[in-house]
Design a protein around this ligand. Structure first.
Ligand code: HEM
Length: 458
């Protein structure tokens, strides 16, 4: 009886929504590769960011007007401070679970960017960006830029001493763009920083504009993934399953776990592991301690200013570029800030976008083993070394004063030489090692471990 009621209910929905056609989607195959789950971690982080962000949005005040503090932090009692800062103190020390959710939001942002970076490296080193997936690589690069933009705009919101300084650096970079800099500064920061328009402007971008753009980008990213199907590791032999045999070379079929229930169960595990990791981080590790930095004081600058780790490479460019690089051509002034903070990072992203059109192939369904692609892997290793050294350069003052006990004037030329010399060196060594190994084994572009069978998807 219950069954027939359930069936009738199903039929009712089926007649209206054609659920049966959706069943073929539920049977879609997902290649059983652990590294393919990094994209899912990024996806779940985005979900946690939205959920925790909604909670914070109920209590945060995007205003820099001064208010008299009347909360539970004794040292600020009766002090005049920007309303944004007071509201973050309120979230952290008064709102039930406020500190936990604020930390969770913060850690989810870090894990979001980190998992995007690792996901991108996985796609790069397995050659999954190649024809026909170039468009999804380009969409993904856009998502990576948006994720960094979301983190940067969020960083500014507490309007503490540190955040205000970081925001002013962003403002200076923005207005450094020749000809349109002031206009961009007006759009993004609401005018010359600091102004009361800055925080509302960044808040709007942080909670609406950028998340909406990420959501749209993700929808396109996932639609392309479903349309083009997932890449798959080369099969070692023909695969038996579901009463049929799939030829090992047949690239019109994906061999993997069916979307439901198998892949859904794997994704549920990834979801709970992401939730557990974020909860553990939020429970145990403090984040950006606003009470310690104190409210923004326009008259002072904190001693040690550093961006988050994922923007450190950009900071490195700014630190290494010599000031004499600024020049003017007629009315157009090109400053060091513009070259280091906008042009060089822009070139890095342009190179990422261009890469699938440089490494051109015919349509490929299978991934490759990075050890069997000497040239591409060498480029990847050189690129990682470049970003790492630029990031170390971003911490040149710590390296100079606390590690080496010298001045930044001494370490900067060494870091510049390392930035220019080490990536080609690492790339060259990687190329030679892999070329010799693949010559010995007679392999080139192909031959990784087989994927476990279970479901297949034409
Ligand atoms: C918000 C950030 C991102 C999210 C949430 C995300 C999510 C995903 C997911 C869930 C998949 C399928 C599983 C997997 O292969 O890991 C995927 C595939 C893919 N992603 Fe992303 N991604 C993001 C950013 C990027 C970036 C930065 C790139 C590269 C620049 C990229 C390029 C690709 C490509 C080419 C595929 C297809 C891979 C294949 O078929 O093997 N994605 N993405």
């Amino acid at each position: 009886m219950a069954d027939s009621r359930a069936e009738r209910l199903y039929d009712w929905f089926d007649a209206r929504l054609d659920l049966r056609s959706g069943q073929s989607f539920l049977g879609k195959a997902f290649p059983a590769e652990d590294s393919f789950l990094l994209g899912e971690v990024a996806l779940f982080c985005f979900l946690f960011l939205v959920l925790s962000g909604v909670f914070l949005g109920f209590f945060y005040e995007p205003s820099t007007s001064d208010v008299e503090y009347d909360g539970s932090v004794a040292e600020f009692q009766g002090e005049e401070m920007p309303e944004a800062f007071a509201s973050v103190l309120h979230i952290t020390y008064t709102v039930p679970f406020g500190m936990f959710i604020r930390r969770l939001h913060h850690w989810a942002a870090h894990l979001f960017v980190a998992s995007i970076g690792l996901h991108m490296l996985r796609v790069f080193f397995t050659g999954a960006y190649r024809n026909p997936r170039e468009i999804n690589w380009v969409v993904g690069t856009g998502l990576a830029v948006l994720a960094m933009g979301a983190a940067y705009t969020g960083y500014a919101l507490p309007f503490d001493e540190f955040a205000a300084t970081a925001t002013s650096i962003g403002y200076n970079l923005t207005v450094s763009v020749p000809l349109v800099g002031d206009f961009l500064g007006e759009i993004v920061f609401g005018g010359e920083f600091p102004t009361s328009a800055t925080i509302p402007r960044l808040y709007f971008m942080h909670v609406l504009l950028i998340p909406a753009a990420i959501a749209v980008g993700l929808a396109v990213h996932m639609a392309l993934l479903i349309r083009q199907k997932h890449t798959e590791a080369p099969r070692e032999s023909d695969v038996q399953g579901g009463g049929r045999t799939v030829d090992r070379e047949d690239d019109g079929v994906i061999v993997g776990l069916p979307a439901f229930p198998n892949q859904a169960a794997v994704s549920a595990v990834v979801f709970f592991l992401t939730a557990a990791t974020l909860s553990a981080l939020a429970g145990l590790l403090p984040v950006h301690n606003v009470a310690e930095y104190g409210p923004n004081d326009p008259a002072s600058t904190p001693a040690l200013i550093m961006p988050d780790w994922f923007l450190m490479w950009v900071y490195g460019f700014l630190k290494l570029l010599p000031t004499w690089l600024s020049f003017s051509v007629g009315p157009v002034h090109v400053s060091t800030e513009f070259v280091g903070g906008i042009v060089l990072p822009g070139l890095v992203f342009a190179a990422i976008v261009a890469w699938p059109f440089v490494d051109r192939t015919g349509p490929t369904h299978f991934t490759t083993d990075p050890l069997e692609r000497p040239r591409q892997t060498a480029v990847g290793v050189a690129a990682v070394a470049f970003v790492m050294i630029a990031s170390i350069a971003g911490m040149n003052n710590i390296l100079a004063a606390q590690v080496l006990g010298v001045s930044t004037g001494v370490v900067n030329p060494i870091l510049t030489a390392a930035l220019l010399g080490v990536p080609p060196l690492f790339g060259g060594i990687t190329y030679l090692l892999l070329r010799d190994a693949s010559e010995e084994s007679g392999t080139e572009e192909g031959g990784t471990a087989p994927t476990a069978g279970g479901g297949s998807d034409d």
